[in-house]
Design a protein. Sequence first.
Length: 66
Amino acid sequence: MAAGSIPWLRLATHDSGPPGRFSAVTRIQRVNTAGGTAPASGCDPGNTGATARVPYSADYYLYARH
């Protein structure tokens, strides 16, 4: 993981809707992250309503049951 990048992550999914394209997905994994960390200025009352654009890229793997 590169400095200033959000961590890699693996999550379990929960099927909560009608059957569809992603119904069989059981896990999602985020890898090869670049960027995505919050600005150093932080989130304080002086930044209320401000928008910050943060460069970010990652690869996502979706694991599904058969």
